[in-house]
Design a protein around this ligand. Structure first.
Ligand SMILES: Cc1cc2nc3c(=O)[nH]c(=O)nc-3n(C[C@H](O)[C@H](O)[C@H](O)COP(=O)(O)O)c2cc1C
Ligand SMILES: [Mn+2]
Length: 479
């Protein structure tokens, strides 16, 4: 069942019928448009102007729940809250699985250095019409090493192609990667980085979560756990960093102190970004397999108003927050639903005065939930957090605003936040502090409400039966 690398994963996606193949598509807006039009993964080959075999995979693990399962080697029929429950249990049972050093691997099949470096040898797409350029990094991770702990870290960061050996990278304030970068730069040193832009989906999933790094656990250890085996890594000659031996495309380079360029705009999940000053990766080495596959995701399909489909909650992102709530000791959590970072719903068996506030405030501030959150709603266990209409009903019925609402000010946000001022959105590097606020709505019945007090009108089922028998024909056309 377990897959060794992206290629074996693609075979599995093909077997479950979620892979399409296309030839002759342009990197210039066509591939991006296709990504926003189909939920399937699409493998493109034969880009005009590119050698055959220089491929691109779009929609690697999203929006399909089955592709996510494949990526983390999980099998379940569960949906909604039941799925979030299984997934958080999986995370709670984490067995850190560190990478394993090896001396060879397919990633070394092609190595370019010096004047031979040109990141446009890959068909980096321009995804949306107003984007500021072509993006080599979307479904990627950037690996760094914390100079204090000596541990590796990685996260997913978008990367724009500025020049053949220069990439812009957008790293939000407060991310581990940003803190690591600051440490190097404070010492006047450049920060060595490896960007994997043709990636195994387990690494991509590990890269996006806000891992607290307790007991020194790294994203590599988490990705290995998802894959059920250590990821084999070769040592980057320029950076000394571990590079997955079976990755498709790896970039070695450095981020030099004070080296910034205008990046974007980019059609990100919050809507379009403004062009901003961002860090730059000076690329020193490019490594790739024969017939490399660039991995790409387009964040923008999620920026549209929900329309007829309604708001859709993501059980996987919910699992990361649920795990951290449990590790923080919040008891009797019955459900967590994540409607993007901007709206989170927690359902609990409200068991003592203050319990609901505890759950709401920890959810809005635990590491997985703290970044760019907006609204957190806590509901009783009788409300399914995946039914947003029911959640709103609970707010209407049970939450007296002056008792139920807490506003938390000066919280962790970023220039990307869609609801902050234009000045904050476009602030230069070094970044002006950007804060936002949170609203915690405690929509649980207060524990002191008399449980004997009838709050729902109920009818006698026997009476309904009798009415149906007597007048069913007239009322409903049948008994
Ligand atoms: C598709 C995708 C794109 C992302 N792009 C960015 C980005 O451009 N900048 C950023 O700061 N975070 C981005 N993120 C979120 C980070 O990857 C995430 O916060 C990660 O946990 C950061 O890791 P770190 O704290 O270990 O540095 C993205 C996430 C995904 C899934
Ligand atoms: Mn991290």
């Amino acid at each position: 069942m377990a897959y060794r690398d992206l290629r074996e994963y693609i075979d599995q996606v093909d077997k479950i019928g979620e892979l399409k193949r296309l030839d002759g598509v342009s990197w210039d807006l066509e591939a991006g448009a296709i990504a926003s039009m189909t939920p399937d993964a699409v493998l493109f080959d034969n880009f005009p102007g590119y050698p055959a075999g220089h491929r691109m995979l779009i929609n690697i693990d999203r929006p399909s729940i089955r592709r996510w399962f494949l990526a983390v080697n999980m099998s379940t029929q569960a949906k909604g809250n039941a799925l979030a429950t299984e997934w958080k249990d999986r995370l709670l049972n984490l067995k850190p699985t560190p990478p394993k050093w090896v001396s060879h691997g397919p990633i070394l099949e092609n190595v370019h250095e010096g004047n031979d470096v040109n990141v446009l040898e890959f068909p980096a797409p321009k995804i949306h019409p107003d984007d500021g350029g072509r993006y080599l990094g979307t479904a990627d991770v950037m690996i760094t090493r914390d100079p204090t702990t000596g541990k590796e870290n990685f996260g997913t960061f978008r990367m724009q192609v500025h020049e053949p050996a220069t990439l812009g990278v957008y790293i939000c304030h407060g991310k581990d990667t940003a803190l690591i970068l600051e440490e190097y730069h404070k010492q006047g040193k450049s920060c060595p980085v490896v960007a994997i832009v043709g990636i195994d989906p387990a690494m991509f999933i590990a890269g996006r979560c806000h891992l607290p790094h307790c007991a020194g656990v790294t994203e590599y250890d988490l990705a290995g756990y998802f894959k059920q085996e250590s990821i084999e890594v070769v040592k980057g000659e320029f950076t000394g960093l571990p590079i997955p031996a079976r990755a498709e495309i790896a970039i070695e380079g450095e981020i030099v102190p004070g080296d910034v360029m205008t990046e974007g705009p980019f059609g990100e999940w919050t809507g379009y970004s403004e062009p901003r000053e961002s860090h730059v990766i000076r690329v020193k080495r490019v490594l790739h397999r024969n017939d490399p596959i660039l991995t790409v995701v387009s964040p923008s399909p999620r920026t549209r108003p929900p329309g007829d489909k309604g708001l859709v909650a993501n059980p996987f992102e919910a699992g990361f927050i649920w795990e951290q709530l449990e590790r923080a000791g919040i008891r009797r959590i019955k459900g967590v639903a994540y409607y993007s970072r901007f709206l989170l719903v927690i359902s609990i068996k409200n068991s003592y005065a203050g319990h609901a506030r505890q759950a709401g405030h920890v959810a809005t501030q635990c590491h997985a939930g703290a970044f760019m959150g907006k609204y957190t709603i806590v509901v009783d266990e009788d409300i399914d957090p995946y039914k947003i209409q029911d959640v709103l009903w609970a707010v209407m019925r049970r939450a007296d605003p002056q008792r139920a609402i807490d506003i938390v000010r000066y919280c962790w946000s970023d220039r990307m936040d869609s609801a902050i001022s234009y000045e904050e959105k476009t602030s230069p590097v070094p970044i002006l502090p950007v804060y936002n606020s949170r609203c915690v709505i405690d929509a649980c019945k207060p524990v002191e409400w008399d449980p004997k007090l009838k709050r729902n009108v109920e009818y006698d089922p026997e009476m309904h039966k009798r009415v149906r028998e007597k007048w069913g024909e007239v009322l409903f056309g049948k008994k």
